[in-house]
Design a protein around this ligand. Structure first.
Ligand code: NDP
Length: 446
């Protein structure tokens, strides 16, 4: 690793100890950006990289609530307000037992670059709690969300910080959070995105991340004269992003053969068709069941405790969680003929896995570029809330398609290497950085 990068990372690590996910995200960006900064001394002089890696504000708070047995439960809530140079903080809330400061700081940091890439005026933030929604009753979820918002409301607002969903936070949770904010503040404003369509939400928001990642993959494939039609697709996860990735793949004529959850994955060599996907959506969104039930119902194979990367495919969408594709998985994917990896999740590939993809010169898109469709439509939801108006499905979907195309173009512009290979990772980092850095320069030392 370059000496300058090493020195910089040592400094960041000295004040962010025991935060491996955050350091992983910073390293990826630093490796791409430091050579660029060396060629553009204005950013170096203003210490943009030192400032951009330091959150503007980190909030941590107690979330006490009563469970169905009237026992007191205590969780920890967080909001990381990373950067507001180009707009109010924007980024999801994650409810999952693995949530800690390192994970939320990595997510907030990635969000800064992602939001910049969308071209919309949104800063970066992320938050959540170590609360585990699994196995909780609706009443418990509501009580937790109300307690969480009873503290968070002081720090968010339509022009300050606009949270949304992420792992464990879907339409139900956003509803409870919004209801409590409205009750405390006595105002109906666009403080959250991912709201229901009848109360300020945008059409296509639930679909946006999944559709967006498929649009991005289509644009990548096109650079090599390829198309999704007829391709075999492997997807991990079975939540929001995975479901709509599968839906759009089906629409594009591809064959989706896997889905997973944290217990294992299903392999359906016949392909998951529209009817089977409807079963998955009902299972996961309404019944809150396990993906194994798909295998039981449709008589296909289920691999307990495993991830789907050993299944031969043309295209892989890692859509569950961070660091779910390691070096060995990446080698297996490449060996089995995978030509394109587009990340729906945030940072699902380890640095070693990314290196394998880049060395094999296959198409590889980092989540901050390929999964930006979700936050892009959240940005469109904010615009509609400000206008007090709703756009049609087609209107939002067309805007989403254009935004993903534009992000792809930015990656090609900043990431094309001498031999013509598009390094989407480098392109996304540089393309996302420049706009935020220029805004920081313009706004002085703040
Ligand atoms: P959901 O909660 O809807 O689904 C998450 C899926 O991933 C579930 O199938 C879940 O399984 C699985 N999963 C979660 N944690 C793990 C784990 N540690 N190991 C294995 N599987 C796991 O979340 P989303 O679909 O919204 O989010 C998925 C990814 O996409 C996340 O990385 C998120 O940050 C990213 N993302 C989401 C956006 C959005 O708009 N929702 C926008 C951009 C990125 P189980 O049911 O067992 O928990």
């Amino acid at each position: 690793m370059d000496t300058l990068v090493k020195e910089f990372l040592a400094k960041v690590e000295s004040r962010n100890q025991h935060e491996p996910e955050f350091m992983q995200a910073v390293q990826e960006v630093a490796e791409a950006i430091i050579p660029f900064i060396e060629q553009n001394p204005k950013y170096k002089k203003a210490k943009i990289l030192e400032r951009i890696t330091e959150p503007e504000r980190v909030l941590m708070f107690r979330v006490p609530w009563l469970d169905d047995q009237n026992e007191v439960q205590v969780n920890r809530g967080y909001r990381v307000q990373m950067n507001s140079a180009i707009g109010p903080y924007k980024g999801g809330l994650r409810f999952h037992p693995s949530v800690n400061l390192s994970i939320l700081k990595f997510l907030a940091f990635e969000q800064v670059f992602k939001n910049s890439l969308t071209g919309l005026p949104m800063g970066g933030g992320k938050g959540g709690s170590d609360f585990d929604p699994k196995g909780k009753s609706d009443g418990e979820i509501m009580k937790f969300c109300q307690s969480f918002m009873t503290e968070l409301y002081r720090h968010v607002g339509a022009d300050i910080d606009v949270p949304a969903g992420d792992i464990g936070v879907g339409g139900r949770e956003v509803g409870y959070l919004f209801g409590q904010y409205k009750r405390i503040k006595g105002e109906f404003t666009g403080v959250l995105t991912g709201k229901g369509a009848t109360w300020g939400g945008s059409l296509i928001r639930p679909e946006a991340t999944g559709y967006g990642v498929v649009y991005f993959a289509e644009d990548m494939l096109e650079t090599r004269g390829e198309r999704l039609t007829g391709k075999t697709v492997v997807i991990s996860g079975s939540g929001n992003v995975a479901q709509y990735t599968a839906e759009m793949c089906l629409q594009a004529g591809a064959k989706v053969v896997t889905l997973s959850d944290s217990d294992g994955f299903i392999y359906d060599p016949q392909g998951i068709d529209a009817e089977k996907l409807a079963f998955v959506m009902d299972l996961k969104n309404e019944k809150r069941g396990r993906i194994k039930e798909y295998a039981d119902k449709y008589g296909c194979e289920y691999f307990e405790g495993e991830r789907p990367w050993g299944i031969p495919c043309d295209i892989a969408f890692p859509n569950a969680t961070q660091n779910e594709v390691n070096e060995e998985d990446a080698r297996t994917l490449v060996k089995n003929g995978c030509i394109c990896v587009a990340e729906g999740a945030n940072m699902p590939s380890t640095p070693e896995a990314i290196q394998v993809f880049k060395e094999a010169k296959i198409l590889y898109a980092p989540g901050k570029a390929s999964n930006a469709g979700g936050v892009a439509v959240s940005g469109l939801e904010m615009s509609q809330n400000s206008l007090r108006y709703s756009w049609s499905r087609d209107e939002v979907n067309n805007r989403l398609r254009d935004i993903m195309k534009e992000i792809h173009q930015i990656c090609v512009e900043y990431g094309t290497e001498e031999d013509g290979y598009v390094n989407y990772e480098k392109g996304a980092n540089l393309g996302g950085f420049v706009k935020v850095a220029d805004a920081m320069l313009a706004q002085g030392v703040v």
